[in-house]
Write a protein that binds this ligand. Structure first.
Ligand SMILES: *Cc1c(COP(=O)(O)O)cnc(C)c1O
Length: 370
């Protein structure tokens, strides 16, 4: 028997969530599948949206080439564009779209001899202060690019820093700065824009650029994988979880009151306890920082993590689940146990949990392909 730790990936749920993003926001939606689709498998996810996605966004050329080699023909956007001039030939050869976020990229791009013009997404720093041209440089950069033979279409883009927090005014400020900056350009031509990430799609529909939604590209990421990034979100079934991380119990221990378990004896039994040892650890991506009490489910019943997570194993409380034994199924996160709840207990976010999943077997399920 191979090690019983499996990430089940529901591609029908992924497709469902993409449709939710498009329905809620309108316009076009660039499915963000960087970092191997947040750990879910970029090629599988992209293929499940064949002839449906308006495009895919990734972080770098290597990620885009993996998709092209797998036969993905939809538009692919490089979210940080190129990192040096040497990448440009392959970007052209593979018909990729690029974000330009800094003056050094403009200098290299306009000096390059390209065999074909590229579509550029010109990124403005409207308040996140990570990457992007400042509003004061933006229009000049646009005008300069627009006039150049290396540039096909330009999409005007910015990214939100606080859209996951519905009580922050920052998102509206960013929209104002963006709109004020591009105001004069909108008089010259019909422009394509791109603002909304998952949090904006789910939480800030009122800032939807209504007048021009057909020319807006949203960029849903985490919501495609079924996790709602809004801090104030209550549990709802709008989104379907895509990954279910399962493992099995490989040993049962009966712990006397006062005895400790695992490294550091971090958990000490407050009463006689039945503890299951589960074949999943931090080397599989389960967070070592998760605390006693982190939710998990055994054979469909909710229970909790106990003690210190080790590299290959962790402990689950079976005291109130007497029917569980060696071989019982444990859900670390998925349908019953929300990844957001596990993340909160580990002091992180679902994004990081998903990206970290490794070593386990991946099993893909897509009912439309059966
Ligand atoms: C990762 C990323 C997204 C997707 O963000 P989510 O919060 O996962 O929806 C959108 N836009 C840019 C520029 C990104 O880097």
């Amino acid at each position: 028997m191979t090690r019983p730790a499996i990430a089940h990936i529901r591609l029908d749920a992924f497709r469902h969530n993409y449709r939710v993003a498009k329905q809620r926001y309108g316009g076009k939606a660039m499915a963000v599948i960087k970092a191997n689709a947040y750990g879910h498998g970029a090629v599988h996810c992209a293929k499940s949206l064949k002839n449906e996605a308006d495009g895919f966004a990734v972080a770098c050329l290597e990620e885009a080439l993996q998709l092209r080699e797998a036969g993905i023909a939809e538009p692919i956007l490089l979210l940080e564009g190129f990192f040096d001039a040497a990448e440009l030939a392959e970007i052209v050869a593979n018909d990729l779209w690029i974000v330009i976020h800094a003056q050094w990229q403009i200098d290299i791009f306009l000096a390059a001899k390209l065999t074909q013009a590229l579509q550029v997404w010109l990124k403005m720093d409207s308040g996140m202060h990570r990457v992007g041209l400042s509003p004061s440089e933006y229009v000049r950069a646009y005008t300069c690019l627009k006039a150049h033979k290396n540039v096909a279409k330009i999409v005007l883009m910015t990214h939100f820093a606080n859209a996951d927090n519905l009580s922050s005014a920052h998102t509206l400020q960013q929209v104002d700065i963006f709109q004020d900056t591009i105001h004069d350009l909108t008089k010259l031509a019909k422009l394509e824009t791109s603002l909304a990430n998952s949090a904006a799609i789910l939480g800030w529909q009122k800032i939807r650029p209504l007048a021009d939604i057909e020319n807006h590209w949203s960029r849903p990421g985490i919501m495609l994988y079924g996790a709602n990034p809004i801090i104030q979100a209550s549990a709802d079934d709008l989104l379907q979880p895509v990954m279910q991380l399962n493992a099995r119990i490989i040993s049962i221990r009966y712990i006397k009151k006062g005895q400790g378990i695992g490294y550091g004896s971090l958990f000490t039994a407050e009463r006689d306890a039945t503890v299951g040892v589960v074949a999943c650890g931090y080397a599989d991506g389960y967070p070592r920082s998760a605390k006693t009490g982190t939710p998990m489910a055994v054979e469909g019943r909710m229970t909790r993590l106990l003690g210190r997570v080790s590299m290959d194993m962790l402990f689950v409380d079976l005291t109130d689940i007497p029917t569980a034994g060696v071989g019982s199924q444990v859900e670390l996160w998925g349908k019953q146990v929300s990844a957001n709840a596990v993340a909160a207990s580990a002091g992180t976010i679902a994004y990081e949990l998903f990206c970290n999943v490794k070593r386990v077997h991946f099993q893909y399920f897509d009912p439309s392909n059966i």
